[in-house]
Design a protein around this ligand. Sequence first.
Ligand SMILES: C[C@@]1(CC(=O)O)C2=NC(=C\c3[nH]c(c(CCC(=O)O)c3CC(=O)O)Cc3[nH]c(c(CC(=O)O)c3CCC(=O)O)/C=C3\N/C(=C\2)[C@@H](CCC(=O)O)[C@]3(C)CC(=O)O)/[C@H]1CCC(=O)O
Ligand SMILES: NC(=O)c1ccc[n+]([C@@H]2O[C@H](COP(=O)([O-])OP(=O)(O)OC[C@H]3O[C@@H](n4cnc5c(N)ncnc54)[C@H](O)[C@@H]3O)[C@@H](O)[C@H]2O)c1
Length: 235
Amino acid sequence: MSGSLLIAWQLKDKHVLVVGGGQVASSRVEHALAAGAIVTVVSPAQGLSEHTKSLIATDSNYNRILFRDRTFLSTDLDDADMVLAAIDDVDLSRDIGTSCRARRIPVNVADDPSYCDFYFGSQIRRGPLQVMVSTNGKSPKLANIIRRRIEDSIPQGAGEAIEKVGLLRDKLRERSPQVGGEASKRRMKWVVELCTSWEMDDLAGLDDVQIERLLNEGWERDVVPSRDSFVDDDQ
Ligand SMILES: C[C@@]1(CC(=O)O)C2=NC(=C\c3[nH]c(c(CCC(=O)O)c3CC(=O)O)Cc3[nH]c(c(CC(=O)O)c3CCC(=O)O)/C=C3\N/C(=C\2)[C@@H](CCC(=O)O)[C@]3(C)CC(=O)O)/[C@H]1CCC(=O)O
Ligand SMILES: NC(=O)c1ccc[n+]([C@@H]2O[C@H](COP(=O)([O-])OP(=O)(O)OC[C@H]3O[C@@H](n4cnc5c(N)ncnc54)[C@H](O)[C@@H]3O)[C@@H](O)[C@H]2O)c1
């Protein structure tokens, strides 16, 4: 049995076409917007769910959603980098899937997995942290139940800790910009040691001044201070 390739697809400023405006489409729109995409929604206005309507209304100042009040036309595919079909018409759904494949546009067809190039999954988001559970089409409801259990086991400060370590890594690269070789090895070793020796909540609590201090007193001297000694010095 083979599974899927789970990857973090970068959609920033790419064009995502959502065909349909019902409940399933609204969740597709939210996922695409959260990934920074520019979204076109094609659906007759009378078929929009309340959630889709509110996403379109909320976007009016941001210009990230273009709403086309009509049924699907094949020309809608012209500038699409990705297509998400979520309509209650399985024949048209499959036609859209077939056209996308002919044009090599990645496509998800909500009502027929065999026409999907990729599936959605049950997701957790905490700031930059995303966790996705997939059952590869076998049982979406069980994916949802398993996701909830995983959710409970993620430390409270995880999202914030990731933000802070991301900031620290950016600043580290400014000080040590080389790619590859000994510089990379030294950088990676230092970051790994910091992430493994500090508690997640302590990383989450780092402020800008402390991040600079960590780099000055830790990175520049090639040591990772313990959290306790670092805080003691602060007082
Ligand atoms: C994870 C999630 C993400 C999302 O959609 O955002 C998602 N489905 C979710 C919920 C859900 N979907 C359905 C139910 C009713 C109960 C049930 O059937 O289980 C529930 C539960 C509910 O509503 O509570 C019905 C359903 N789903 C598909 C079909 C078509 C078919 O199977 O033929 C049918 C109609 C079947 C029929 O007619 O009987 C197909 C797909 N649904 C997938 C994803 C992909 C596989 C994911 C995987 O296996 O991991 C895949 C293949 C394609 C895709 O959608 O990309 C989201 C949970 C989000 C969350 O809550 O966390
Ligand atoms: N993949 C999943 O997780 C999942 C979950 C539940 C249901 N489904 C399936 O996904 C499909 C959509 O579900 P829903 O609950 O959002 O349905 P819905 O009935 O709420 O919405 C259907 C939408 O399709 C639009 N539409 C219909 N024909 C169109 C056309 N020719 N061009 C453009 N838009 C058109 C309607 O205006 C409406 O907005 C259904 O087939 C459903 O069985 C999939």
